[in-house]
Write a protein that binds this ligand. Sequence first.
Ligand SMILES: Nc1nc2c(c(=O)[nH]1)N[C@H]1C(S)=C(S)[C@@H](COP(=O)(O)O)O[C@H]1N2
Ligand SMILES: [Mo]
Length: 154
Amino acid sequence: MLRIEGQVDEPLGLTDVDLAKLPEEYQVADVRQHGAKRPGTAIRLKPVLELAGVSPKATHLGLHAERDNFHASIPLAPILDRALIIYQSDGDALSVDAGGPFRFWIPDHAACQAAEIDECANVKFIDRIELTVGKGFDNRPKDDDEHARLHESS
Ligand SMILES: Nc1nc2c(c(=O)[nH]1)N[C@H]1C(S)=C(S)[C@@H](COP(=O)(O)O)O[C@H]1N2
Ligand SMILES: [Mo]
């Protein structure tokens, strides 16, 4: 289940099956078209946020992965129209090997450490998306050494 909460009218919990039922126009059949290495079906972020009704006060999007305690908080405006949530592969729930059950995907992200919206923000294993006023909790690596250590450990 993927929870959408924080600065929203109505907090939601969505399964991959719920996301698959959203209109075809919001679906991306294969995220490899958008630079992903592994196959996967995705849904556009914006209609998912619209289901929850995002408060106009919200400025940042928190991407929370309890599984490995990895969290990112990124500005909402620059990614609202392009970010995707990868949620299935071949009609099945996305496997952990592919970053599932849900993986955030920004098609034209910058390299890690290059900007706030970077490859590190393509958070795997997300269970919660949190809208916040101002930047929220973020424990992405802060420099090249931390980033290198993260890659050694995973
Ligand atoms: N939950 C979680 N998401 C994560 C990371 C992580 O350690 N945990 N690493 C990030 C970094 S630094 C990179 S480069 C990419 C790696 O994604 P990949 O495993 O698909 O290559 O995932 C990003 N998302
Ligand atoms: Mo990375």
